[in-house]
Design a protein. Structure first.
Length: 364
């Protein structure tokens, strides 16, 4: 006999299938069951397309009856955006039993969708697998409730704490670099400092295909962001500025849009550590709908991120190399963060001959 938890966990796994394509919307999965059997299932895969509940109901090949139940990972919406209200579609379908993992943090919805369903005679139970549902949408929740993206920084380090190796373009293994592309693919935007553009000339795109991601959905590239206070970078010189994807240059000089290159110049104030990072996060959340922000920092930027308590996660790829004096030295991150109660060692994973260490920063 399958449990209610089993079906909701299945819906959460379905929701994750949208992680490479659904932003700025949340990941949502939905299952419709009858007497311990799954009749229909769906996930939301792109903003502007039908939501998971609507797709699951449209795919249902049998007439709805009182023995059917719906399991959905996020509260059904009750307002009109790019699509109509899911709550109305559910009410019209005739389904009478719904399990909802968590409320939608969007003020336009929060609690209102549940209330509307109940007022129309639907039995709604809220909270099944709530923590797991929140975990898959922590970026969406952060943007809606804290007005800032969920921030993940990554850095590759040699054993002797170097972030560059003059004898090679790479510190980390090919498999670690592939892992980074998965991080980029789930991120809405990727941010670097101007020195990284100048020294490394990175494209900062996703260089994997649908087969690598086990999906048929289109893989999007993240919005590319650079901190260039004095606008010293030549936009005709670097790979970062090529392509049709949105680019944002945060600076201390001007506000303007370059439509031909799809570049937004956004002026922000400085503080003692450079451009005001907290203000930048607020702009990214409220103006650009960024749920997940990935940062590939150099030493100076990483120091600012830690000092301002901006990070939600820090991922370090520890590589079995000794670079020596010729490489650039990173901040001694692990010395600064180890032992702090507000920071957890989330995971350690071996990738080829590297080790990926993930720290999670805890805050209210």
């Amino acid at each position: 006999m399958k449990s209610e938890i089993f079906f909701m966990e299945k819906a959460i796994d379905l929701a994750k299938l949208g992680k490479f394509s659904v932003t700025p919307n949340p990941m949502v999965g939905c299952i419709i069951t009858e007497k311990n059997k799954i009749l229909s299932e769906a996930y939301h895969n792109k903003a502007g397309c039908d939501h998971a509940e609507v797709i699951a109901l449209k795919k249902l090949k049998r007439k709805v009856n009182k023995n059917m139940s719906m399991y959905v990972t996020l509260e059904p919406c009750c307002h009109t955006g790019k699509t109509g209200p899911c709550s109305d579609f559910i009410i019209d379908s005739g389904i009478k039993n719904i399990f909802v993992a968590m409320l939608d943090p969007n003020p336009k919805v929060k609690g209102k969708g549940i209330k509307k369903l109940r007022l129309n005679g639907i039995n709604v139970q809220v909270g099944l697998c709530r923590d797991k549902a929140k975990e898959i949408n922590k970026g969406f929740i952060s943007r809606l409730t804290k007005k800032r993206p969920y921030v993940i920084a990554k850095q590759a380090l040699s054993i002797d704490n170097k972030i560059t190796n003059p004898r090679s373009k790479w510190l980390s293994s090919a498999n670690s670099r592939k892992d980074v592309h998965f991080l980029r693919a789930i991120s809405c935007a990727i941010l670097v400092g101007s020195n990284t553009i100048h020294e490394d000339n990175p494209a900062l795109n996703v260089r994997l295909n649908k087969k690598d991601f086990l999906t048929t959905d289109k893989i999007r590239n993240p919005v590319r962001i650079v901190l260039d206070s004095e606008l010293n970078l030549n936009i005709d010189k670097y790979k970062f500025f090529r392509g049709k994807e949105k680019k944002i240059i945060f600076n201390n000089i001007l506000d303007k849009k370059d439509m031909s290159k799809n570049i937004d110049y956004v002026k922000v104030k400085k503080d003692s550590l450079g451009l005001n990072l907290n203000l930048i996060l607020s702009i990214l959340a409220e103006k650009y709908d960024i749920n997940y922000l990935m940062i590939e920092p150099g030493t100076k930027l990483l120091k600012s991120l830690i000092k301002k308590d901006i990070l939600d996660e820090l991922i370090i790829y520890k590589c079995p190399l000794i670079v020596g004096k010729s490489g650039l030295t990173s901040l001694s991150v692990e010395k600064k963060i180890n032992g702090k109660k507000s920071i957890l060692l989330e995971s350690v994973k071996k990738i080829s001959n590297d080790v990926r260490i993930t720290y999670k920063f805890l805050r209210e």
